[in-house]
Design a protein around this ligand. Structure first.
Ligand SMILES: Cc1cc2nc3c(=O)[nH]c(=O)nc-3n(C[C@H](O)[C@H](O)[C@H](O)COP(=O)(O)OP(=O)(O)OC[C@H]3O[C@@H](n4cnc5c(N)ncnc54)[C@H](O)[C@@H]3O)c2cc1C
Length: 433
């Protein structure tokens, strides 16, 4: 598609980079626009990231939380989907570089999300993977399951202990949910599968550098989450910054923990969009945008979702959560659609804060809906309803809801498969070979 353009038929060309929550909502809002819309993504699927940790802990399979972008947009006649890695943007010549070719645009929406940030210690990424994509989650799932497999065959006490120690770094929602899910996996789901080890003896450690878990929630909800995790047997360490991560474990300012499996849930950094656009970014690398999500000086180039820094008030930015990304994407799509049609666009963007929630295992959650706070089983039921509702919003309602609810409630870890990674024999067998 070198030098390809839609200008020939005089309809404007709208290019959306990224089919995450923001990009997809934007594309959907453009469905009736008199325009040629192109959605570009490096994956062929849209991913429901909030449930990724359940793939990583063998509760759900990737197909439950991802759907081909092409099939989501198949009925949208003005829209085509391109699978490709965007490597740059020429904003002056209005070109997006993808797979080594140029795609021309009249309007551009950059919605490429965020990636992990290791705060300058990128070498830790090898030993402490984060979960952001399906591949990440299946890798972590394999790591966790392999650790149990290797521990089953390990006679050395210290090595077995390290194999059965799981460290999660970062006490935000992902870290809390991940630590709770590993503890449940160990204690409830696979206890009867092994003979030589007792998986409920697994040690799960959650390390947070800040003074409390879930800083987006109130202090009492943070305490509640901590107590719920401790009831599951998770060791919660607050105010303890990680100073090193190696293949043998984690070091903090206070301690050294031998662990074979370490998971990173501590920080995110925006995509490379700021560099591509050569425009100001904030400290997290997010593109600073105007009140209409356009970038300074370019009224037809927008950044939305996790990759954008949208100031709502003096010291408050639009949060990096799925509802914010969806609302922003939809708003920008509607604005462009109105502009092309010569209509008055939607009023100023207003974020509807739907609240915040995190689950701790399968019986408890903490949730804030507006000013109402919920915890325990009620919080968990609310969490489940919200997630099932949004999840089935883009997949077959009945089958997904049923299979998800069944495996979730009955502890049937039907997806406890080790895939996507060569499964080495336990070390003692390797040594003997
Ligand atoms: C593990 C995890 C748990 C989360 N839990 C919650 C939660 O419980 N509740 C909540 O509200 N939010 C949660 N979030 C945050 C939420 O998922 C994000 O805020 C949301 O996904 C942001 O949407 P986005 O469209 O900006 O980016 P994304 O959804 O990340 O989409 C970005 C898209 O851009 C594509 N892309 C990136 N770079 C390129 C490139 N160079 N070329 C082509 N395509 C590219 C990606 O493939 C992806 O499809 C969670 C995030 C993670 C990782």
């Amino acid at each position: 598609m070198p030098g390809e353009s839609h200008h020939s038929n005089e309809k404007p060309s709208i290019v959306i980079i990224g089919a995450g929550f923001a990009g997809l909502s934007c594309a959907r809002a453009l469905k009736d626009a008199r325009a040629n819309v192109t959605v570009i993504d490096r994956h062929n699927y849209h991913l429901f990231q909030p449930l990724l940790y359940q793939v990583a802990t063998a509760s759900l399979s990737p197909a439950d939380i991802a759907q081909p972008i092409r099939s989501i947009l198949k009925d949208q006649a003005n829209t085509r989907v391109l699978l490709g890695e965007v490597t740059g943007i020429d904003r002056h010549n209005r070109q997006v570089m993808v797979n080594g070719s140029a795609v021309l645009f009249d309007y551009l929406i950059v919605a490429t999300g965020a990636r992990h940030s290791y705060f300058g210690k990128d070498q830790w990424s090898e030993h402490a993977p984060g979960i952001k994509t399906v591949d990440d989650a299946t890798r972590v799932r394999a790591d966790i399951l392999l650790a149990f497999e290797q521990a089953e065959a390990e006679n050395d006490r210290e090595r077995r202990k390290a194999l059965l120690t799981f460290v999660v770094i970062g006490g935000g929602p992902t870290g809390v949910e991940m630590a709770g899910a590993i503890a449940e996996l160990a204690r409830n789901s696979i206890t009867r599968d092994f003979r030589s080890i007792t998986p409920h003896c697994a040690r799960v450690v959650l390390i947070e550098a800040g003074p409390r878990l879930l800083p987006a929630l109130t202090p009492s909800m943070s305490d509640e989450a901590r107590a719920a995790l401790e009831r599951l047997g998770v060791e919660v360490r607050l105010g303890e910054a990680v100073t090193n991560v190696t293949p043998s474990g984690v070091t903090t300012a206070k301690d050294s923990i031998s662990a074979r499996t370490v998971i990173w849930a501590a920080g995110v950094r925006a995509s490379e969009a700021g560099q591509w656009l050569d425009t100001p970014t904030d400290r997290a690398g997010r593109v600073v945008v105007n009140k209409d999500f356009s970038i300074p000086g370019y009224r037809r180039i927008y950044a939305v979702g996790d990759t954008a820094a949208f100031r709502m008030a003096e010291d408050r930015f639009l949060p990096g959560v799925a509802p914010a990304a969806k609302q922003a994407g939809k708003w920008v799509g509607e604005s462009i659609s109105a502009r092309i049609a010569g209509r008055i666009g939607p009023g100023p963007f207003r974020y509807a804060d739907l609240g915040s929630m995190a689950t701790v295992g399968r019986r408890e959650a903490v949730a804030r809906l507006g000013r109402t706070e919920m915890k325990g089983l009620i919080g968990w039921l609310l969490w489940s309803l919200v997630h099932v509702y949004f999840l089935i919003g883009f997949r077959n309602r009945v089958s997904v809801a049923a299979s998800w609810a069944w495996s979730y409630v009955t502890y049937q870890r039907g997806v406890r498969l080790i895939t996507g990674r060569s499964a080495p024999l336990p070390e003692k067998f390797e040594e003997a070979a």
